[in-house]
Design a protein around this ligand. Sequence first.
Ligand code: DGL
Length: 294
Amino acid sequence: MPSSPATRPVGVFDSGVGGLSVLQALRHELPHEHFVYLADSGNAPYGERGDAFVQRRTLAIADFLHRQHGIKALVVACNTATAAAVEPLRAAMPQLPTIGVEPALKPAARGSQTHHVGVLGTRGTVTSTRFERLRREHEDGTRFSVQACDGLAHAIEQSTEEPLPAAASTTKIGALCARYTGALGTFGLKTGEIDTLVLGCTHYVFAKEALRALVGPDVQIVDTGAAVARQTRRILAQAGALAPESDAGDTPVAPGRVALYTTGQLAALQAAAQRWLGLPAQCCAALPPGGTPI
Ligand code: DGL
């Protein structure tokens, strides 16, 4: 494990493979950082589990990444865990800079021409006090139609698992997306229609194609990966913990390394990392075995 503060890894975690959408944005924004990603797929989905469970998992994972990997900051790449647990986490580990993700209501409200924004999220996220507060902050002049998408994150997780045939899981994801976008209302650019769709769950980024086919080409689909990556850069810079881009002799340093761990099926994480991030299977490992159970 690299030990100087700036070269220590940034931890990233999600209930499963959804947070890989945030990791992708982080690697793009911060190519010199080392990342340790933990997919808690053995316990996914979080969205229908309740706050107490999500808080317990979040604190255990943060502690594990801190103790075992010496992370210098933690990105909670999960809207559900951010809503349920980011405050207890900051209270429990005040020394660890923590970056959460939340549905991008602010940019969506700013960009909407029809002033009608659709939001898809997990039940845990959209029924949270944190989401209600966020919604109240931005609903002046904007109507938010909000839909809890039970089962969608789970279907996206399953699409990476064996032996479910890919075609069957694509059909299942498509059917759930159709049900939930249909429940939101009519999409389009005419007065009263929804012209902006917020993906309030990091898994849903991987269903973007299905969603795009349903809402049409003119609707803005907004996710939070790039904004979270810029915020992570700011937090690391403030802490003086950005990884160096060149060495003392001004020679550019190599790109950062990525290590991925899962509490679920190793093959599923490998498939997701390869399919969505182009990462080789050797970057991935399963937990425990031999490690501390978390
Ligand atoms: N990816 C997660 C989120 O952003 C959670 C999905 C789930 O486990 O329900 O909310």
